[in-house]
Ligand binder design. Structure first.
Ligand SMILES: *Cc1c(COP(=O)(O)O)cnc(C)c1O
Length: 422
């Protein structure tokens, strides 16, 4: 394994193909996985881990769910890609448009990043405006317009979060703190006629799980409508993980555009963006917004995704997953407090985060003020005990339907020992 890590670091930046996998946020050396079954991951040394990362969200049924694997196998034997329309992508688009309120037409892409990038292009084309608003701590993928952090102050022009993003482009992205009505009101007062869209995670998952305060989504919907800006719900993480159809369906709020990925692809590279017919008719070949993809709507990905969506569309699925997740999160908080450690949690559907602070956070600043060093020790203690929590205090944890009573008990038992030692 050490040898593999050295080899990896010689040929991959930081040894990885996506930064969080390097364990840089928690220190230490990542393990290399060779297999996954249900709630468990197995590494190159044959060690098993109860997995709460679940490929960062897609695997809501657990690893290698039989129907999903079978559907992919069947399609693979018929060919991996055709470059023509396929029945599978039509079925996927029908499934998504039926499930997600406001999603009347949808375009399949290959990642969440591609989905949000394209959705903003549509929003700018539809409105003829150039600025967009995002909330600090929300992540929408790594393209230039959205790799933006807040400047100083509550409601500000964005500054690049990455080298290589031009300042001129970053400035077009305005930022406000999550759950902050006043900051959003100020941005619209100042730049209202230039704002093409507000993009948001309707339940934030990329600063840890942080739900909107009561009425906040309705407020954003109202303000965007008043100013003629589009509302984009980035449901790449939350879509089909919090509820069938996502947070929009759950909250009864209809955005103008929606982005999806992760669960709808079941672990294959998939994304999607769509919304009202009037907006999606701007997309090529119907309209002037160009967007394309050699492998978009890939039949193996569609087959796997459809199989997963079929399997989770059963009565009680989200109630069970949500209850399991909530019970675990509360159990972890309770174990921490039992040993004198300040902790709180948010849990929504099949995602949760334990924060090492007394009161659950409402925005990124509050998340960042939690005890990050404690998270590191918790992460490594749990890993030692065979439990793989997200390797960063700012990532949500993802239980799956494969996590049952045995995994609950093992996780809480390990946590109790880890917190006692801390
Ligand atoms: C994961 C994620 C993305 C990026 O998706 P990729 O497939 O990694 O490009 C975008 N938005 C949200 C909310 C996400 O959680």
């Amino acid at each position: 394994m050490t040898d593999l890590w050295e080899r990896a670091q010689r040929v991959l930046p930081g040894g990885v193909n996506s930064p969080v996998r390097s364990f840089k946020g928690v220190g230490g050396t990542p393990f290399f996985s060779v297999s996954g079954q249900g709630a468990y991951l197995e590494d190159t040394a044959g060690r098993q881990y109860i997995d709460y990362v679940m490929s960062y969200g897609p695997l809501i049924l657990g690893h290698a769910y039989p129907e999903v694997v079978a559907a992919a196998h069947t399609q693979i034997a018929r060919g991996l890609s055709y470059g023509t329309p396929t029945p599978l992508e039509v079925a996927m688009a029908e499934r998504l448009t039926q499930a997600v309120p406001g999603l009347e037409m949808v375009r399949m892409v290959n990642s969440g990043t591609e989905a949000t990038m394209s959705a903003l292009r549509v929003a700018r084309a539809v409105t003829g405006r150039h600025r967009v608003v995002k909330f600090t701590g929300c992540y929408h993928g790594h393209h230039d317009s959205l790799l933006i952090r807040a400047g100083s102050g509550a409601a500000t022009l964005g500054v690049p979060d990455s080298a290589g993003v031009p300042m001129g482009l970053a400035e077009l992205t305005l930022t406000a703190p999550y759950n902050d009505r006043e900051a959003l009101t100020q941005l619209f007062a100042r730049y209202g006629r230039e704002i093409a869209a507000v993009i948001m995670e309707p339940v934030a998952g990329n600063m840890g799980t942080v739900p909107p305060l009561p009425g906040f989504l309705a407020f954003v919907r109202e303000v965007t409508e008043q100013h003629g800006a589009l509302l984009v719900f980035d449901e790449v993480m939350t879509g089909f993980r919090t509820a069938w159809g996502g947070v929009g369906a759950l909250a009864g709020i209809q955005p103008d555009l929606i982005t999806l990925a992760k669960v709808i692809g079941a672990g294959m590279p998939v994304g999607a963006y769509g919304g009202r017919l009037a907006h999606m008719q701007h997309v090529a070949p119907l309209g002037p917004v160009y967007q394309a993809g050699t492998l978009s709507g890939n039949p193996v990905a569609m087959a796997a995704g459809l199989a997963q969506l079929d399997a989770i569309r059963v009565p009680g699925f989200y109630e069970r997953l949500g209850e399991w997740t909530h019970t675990l999160a509360q159990g972890l908080v309770e174990r921490a407090r039992r040993h004198g450690i300040s902790a709180s949690a948010h849990a929504v559907g099949g995602m949760f985060t334990v924060f090492f602070r007394d009161v659950p956070p409402r925005n990124f600043d509050e998340v960042a003020s939690s005890d990050v060093d404690r998270y590191r020790r918790y992460f490594h203690g749990m890993l030692q005990a065979g439990i793989f929590m997200p390797p960063s205090p700012f990532e949500s944890a993802f239980p799956s339907a494969a996590h049952g009573p045995a995994e609950m008990e093992a996780t809480l038992r390990a946590a109790d020992a880890v917190f006692r030692a801390m």
